[in-house]
Design a protein around this ligand. Structure first.
Ligand code: PSU
Ligand code: MN
Length: 300
């Protein structure tokens, strides 16, 4: 495992750091928007006064704080694997390259002592869970880790209500960033009420959590900026079409989410991609504000 000098310095000085995942680059977006977005997201973090730590695996080496060249190499590589926590040792042992999912990135960020992580959407309970058993490792990992994840909620390709229930069972606190409604990625709405919060309160909650030694991550759900929101019903049509296509192809397991994502980009003629880029940049901004607030007060 290698930690970049920039991230090492920030850790030593107690500067705010924001972890970023790479499955979004390797499996979540097409080339070249994936690389452009990765760089733009890092710039948003820097502009908002924090240090970006993009995490991924290159030729069997886990890297916390990928350089621009390394991000580019990752985005262009063939045979790149999607790495959730269970695949970290596999990639290391085989010398493989991989994009780390929310689960693997949370695991590695916590190992490095990074407290805040920004992503687009986390994985969750799939709509046909009764038949498929498909529940993302992300949910278990968030329960076992102690990190703050900023995401735009979860995509409505998932069963949103079941995902929220699951997070409750597993002890993951779900809060809305300046909203009392859980967002569903492309849409700011879901009809599901949650407690609203802001960066000041999140940093206080973290200190209280430490006081009582309560484990489990906090999911801060930040709704997509209004101007990029996609109408819920239009999205529903595209999602159902993508799910039908998936069933026809007979896909299962870890290729399900990447397949649906790329299908929706196709069906929406790129509109979903623009939304995806806008929301992850805004999540990086909110994560930076939270990490700055935590860094300025400490955790004791
Ligand atoms: N949802 C998105 N974009 C993504 C992902 C999820 O809108 O890129 C990625 C994330 O890396 C997430 C992973 O951790 O997919 C979840 O995969 P699965 O559903 O197979 O657990
Ligand atoms: Mn799955």
């Amino acid at each position: 495992m290698r930690i970049s000098n920039k991230v090492l310095n920030a850790l030593k000085n107690g500067d705010p750091i924001v972890a970023l995942e790479t499955t979004i680059i390797t499996h979540g977006m097409p080339y070249p928007q994936n690389i452009e977005t990765a760089f733009e997201v890092e710039n948003v973090v820097i502009k908002n006064g924090a240090v970006p730590a993009t995490i991924g695996i290159l030729d069997g080496v886990v890297i916390v704080g990928l350089s621009q060249d390394e991000i580019e190499a990752l985005a262009k590589k063939k045979d790149i694997i999607k790495v959730s926590t269970r695949e970290i040792p596999l990639a290391v042992a085989k010398g493989l390259s991989g994009g780390t999912t929310v689960s693997a990135t949370s695991f590695l960020a916590e190992k490095t002592n990074i407290k805040v992580f920004a992503t687009g959407g986390i994985g969750g309970v799939h709509r046909e869970v009764n038949e498929t058993f498909d529940i993302s490792r992300d949910l278990e990992e968030l329960a076992e880790r102690d990190i703050i994840v900023v995401s735009s909620g979860v995509k409505s390709i998932l069963d949103v209500e079941k995902t929220i229930e699951y997070l409750e069972t597993k002890g993951v606190l779900v809060l809305g960033y300046k909203t009392d409604e859980f967002p569903t990625f492309y849409s700011r709405k879901s009809g599901i009420k949650i407690d609203p919060t802001d960066e000041f309160e999140v940093s206080k909650i973290l200190r209280a959590k430490k006081l009582f030694n309560i484990k489990g991550s906090i999911l801060v759900a930040n709704p997509i900026p209004e101007e990029f929101e996609i109408d819920y019903n239009t999205m529903e049509i595209w999602i159902n079409e993508a799910l039908d296509e998936m069933k026809k192809v007979g896909l299962k397991g870890k290729s399900v989410t990447p397949f649906i994502l790329s299908k929706i980009v196709e069906l929406s003629k790129g509109k979903s991609l623009q939304a995806n880029i806008a929301l992850i940049k805004d999540n990086a901004r909110v994560a930076s504000l939270i990490s700055k607030e935590i860094a300025s007060h400490g955790l004791d």
